[in-house]
Design a protein around this ligand. Structure first.
Ligand SMILES: [Zn+2]
Ligand SMILES: [Zn+2]
Length: 246
């Protein structure tokens, strides 16, 4: 049964496929995009329920708060009361643990130097939730690609920028046989399209350099990057995922 996430992805791909050039506006890895949306929703939910959700408060205590990335995401929510309640608790807890000497090096053994203390905190609850969302979205993508011809067709459109490398790996590892091979060749096409634009940029830069004796204006004109500039950011997210995904 196709899920709501499947239909959201199909809609995104179809919208992208109507424009001839990838990378414009919202043309980004669909798994990155839906994952980040899910994380954002989760953080809003924590903010809404901060006073009442005992379980989340306990999790945050165990993890010593959010990880660095999610701490600053949290700060952007501008939730003064929620931040005050959660962090008053976290700081009190940390102070107690300092008092107990918990973070100090363990006493030296007979010969060795003092052992460095290990990380006493459990993983960030938002990171754990993100991992769940990412798996679910990658699953829905894989199922859609394997079972729905119109999803495959939408993904194949040249206007679709495709998955980032990390999410391609997640999805393709869930597929086999000809379907895995088909997704792989689509992915090669998507990366190939970006490479072609990057080569245009390299050629322009080279051309500018070769005009050694021309005036500055001619050099500038030769070097000016046009629409292909978008390939620079696309290349980054295709290799690293969207900003804040990990
Ligand atoms: Zn991605
Ligand atoms: Zn985190």
């Amino acid at each position: 049964m196709p899920t709501q996430t499947y239909f959201e992805m199909l809609e995104m791909l179809q919208a992208e496929s109507h424009s001839h050039r990838p990378g414009r506006h919202r043309h980004v890895c669909p798994v990155c995009r839906l994952t980040l949306q899910g994380v954002d929703r989760f953080m809003h939910l924590i903010s809404l329920e901060n006073v009442t959700d005992v379980d989340m408060r306990l999790q945050l205590r165990a993890s010593g708060g959010f990880c660095n990335r999610h701490s600053y995401e949290w700060l952007k929510l501008n939730d003064a009361l929620g931040t005050a309640i959660i962090y008053e608790d976290l700081l009190r807890e940390a102070t107690k643990r300092i008092e107990k000497g918990e973070f100090q090096a363990r006493r030296a053994g007979l010969f060795g130097r003092p052992a460095a203390p290990g990380n006493p905190f459990s993983p960030c609850p938002v990171c754990l939730h993100q991992e769940e969302i990412e798996n679910r979205v990658a699953n829905d993508f894989a199922e859609g690609f394997a079972e729905q011809p119109r999803f495959r067709e939408a993904y194949a459109a040249p206007g679709v920028a495709g998955l980032c490398l990390s999410h391609f790996r997640r999805v393709v590892s869930r597929l086999d046989g000809t379907i895995a091979a088909e997704l792989s060749s689509r992915q090669q096409e998507k990366f190939g399209a970006t490479q072609a634009l990057l080569r245009q940029i390299i050629d322009k830069m080279d051309a500018g350099r070769k005009l050694e004796h021309a005036d500055e204006e001619a050099k500038q004109a030769a070097r000016s990057i046009g629409e292909e500039r978008e390939a620079l950011t696309r290349a980054i997210w295709q290799m690293a995922g969207l900003e804040d995904i990990n």
